[in-house]
Design a protein around this ligand. Structure first.
Ligand SMILES: *Cc1c(COP(=O)(O)O)cnc(C)c1O
Length: 476
């Protein structure tokens, strides 16, 4: 037998130096990111000119590869953790969780089954318990699973709802969601093979909440047609405006109609840790399933989503398959195999970062950060209302605020206002100084700030608004 020299290894010294250089780069990044430009832009041609090559047969010096990556890859990626990244949903992240991810990957822990890594499974059970308690779900009966993000959590939820409410035949099943529900829900519904005719998009009222009367009419008509209403998706914190649907009322409808009540709290649910958020989240504890997205407002780095369910048996009932090659590792029921509770078999150890960051900072620090975010958005609202240039289009809700440039005395047409605000956003983004994009509310183009980064200051926002005003003045 020939000796194998191809073990994909560095020597110990090289490993250490490599690692130290990576840590130095990350720590420098955390400390200097506020002073850097958040937005990266590049065409396919520009990126090709940097990176396009055939897979090299021969390796090269490890440090050279690392230097190249730090210089060309990291600098050509938008920084969603930057204090002036206001758009879509920022990812503020935190250093402890970054190191926890490094550990989980470094030890390459398999988080699929109990037998392979009892401690990893236990930490997932424990951290899911923490979340169940935070959201008022039953501690004993409840359960959940960490996923790559909110999209996968929603897919897991709808799969479970279908199994529990429809069994094998879902040909007559109908699902309800509002026109403000996140697009990942529609994607999940399509992945699951539902036809267009089985999806009911219910309009929203002036505050972007479910139009309840229309929903009730729709369910009643579907019953009369012999269809099977099986699932309703409410949102606790819409991505557009932070609006929370009427959770207690929707819970009642679902109970009466025997419909699975899923709440998509990917954006906003974490706000329950603050006093104001808790008020808004009343009724969230009545859901059959709840999506939360720790890589948003629980300050975790990508990727981490979570699905909580009121009855853990619903997950195992939906996702347990018993292939012969897994027969030796089944264990007892309190020793959970998470591959039986969701879609993935091989899973990374996501619970570790949640565990370590909460142990290190304490829940109180998370509460304070979220409270700060909500208060900051309200202060920004006050500032905008007091200005001659700005109009608040939708009030600050769960740290989201929608506004537009509309100076008093100018009497711009709707079309012109849309154009100016579009122009402002395009100019701001191409200046690379802030990530601030538009959305559409009641068909108006508006600017939207999502302020969930605890490092964003009132001055950051004021600077950004001044930048916007300068660009607005240059518009003809
Ligand atoms: C972000 C978001 C999602 C999708 O979550 P990902 O983590 O991006 O997959 C789903 N629903 C809502 C309300 C969201 O804000």
């Amino acid at each position: 037998m020939k000796k194998n020299n191809s073990k994909l290894e560095l020597n110990k010294e090289e490993m250490k130096n490599y690692g130290y250089q990576v840590i130095d780069a990350i720590v420098d990044h955390f400390h200097s990111q506020n002073r850097k430009l958040p937005v990266a832009m590049g065409s396919r041609e520009e990126m090709d000119s940097l990176f396009l090559e055939e897979a090299p047969e021969e390796g090269m010096n490890s440090k050279k590869v690392l230097d190249f990556v730090l210089e060309k890859v990291m600098t050509n990626s938008t920084n969603m953790s930057h204090p002036k990244s206001y758009s879509f949903v920022p990812g503020p992240s935190n250093y402890v969780s970054v190191m926890a991810d490094t550990l989980a990957t470094g030890y390459n822990i398999f988080s699929g089954g109990w037998a392979a890594s009892p401690a990893a499974a236990e930490l997932e059970i424990i951290t899911i318990q923490w979340l169940l308690k935070i959201f008022g779900f039953p501690q004993k009966k409840g359960g959940g699973i960490f996923t790559s993000g909110g999209s996968m959590a929603n897919l897991t939820a709808i799969t479970t709802a279908r199994k529990v409410k429809c069994g094998e035949d879902f040909s007559k099943a109908v699902i309800y969601l509002s026109d403000q529900a996140h697009s990942s829900n529609i994607k999940a519904i399509q992945v699951l093979g539902f036809k267009k005719e089985q999806i009911r998009i219910i309009p929203t009222d002036i505050e972007f909440k479910f139009a309840i009367n229309k929903l009730k009419n729709c369910i009643a008509k579907d019953r009369l047609e012999g269809l099977l209403p099986f699932c309703l998706i409410a949102t606790s914190g819409t991505t557009n405006t932070g609006t929370v649907d009427q959770l207690p009322e929707l819970a009642k409808i679902c109970k009466k109609e025997d419909i699975w009540f899923h709440i998509d709290g990917a954006y906003g649910a974490a706000a329950i840790l603050s006093r104001k958020g808790k008020q808004l989240m009343k009724g969230i504890e009545k859901a059959d399933s709840l999506t939360v997205d720790p890589h948003k407002w629980f300050f975790q780095p990508y990727e981490m989503g979570c699905l909580l369910v009121r009855n853990h048996k619903h997950l195992s009932h939906t996702f347990t398959e018993k292939p012969e090659y897994l027969r030796d590792i089944e264990g007892n029921t309190s020793e959970i195999n998470f591959y039986d509770h969701g879609i993935q078999l091989t899973r990374r150890f996501r619970a570790l970062k949640f565990y370590m960051s909460i142990k290190t900072f304490g829940l109180q620090e998370f509460r304070n950060a979220i409270t700060y975010n909500i208060d900051l958005a309200e202060e920004v609202e006050t500032l905008l209302r007091a200005s001659k240039n700005w109009e608040v289009v939708f009030p600050a809700t769960l740290a989201v605020i929608n506004f537009r440039y509309n100076p008093i005395g100018k009497k711009y047409s709707q079309k012109k206002l849309d154009e100016i605000n579009q122009h402002i956003s395009e100019k701001v983004v191409s200046s690379r100084k802030a990530l601030l994009v538009t959305t559409l509310l009641h068909k108006q183009v508006v600017l939207r700030m999502c302020l969930i980064n605890p490092r964003t200051t009132f001055d950051d926002v004021k600077e950004t608004l001044t930048l916007c005003e300068d660009f607005a003045k240059g518009f003809n």
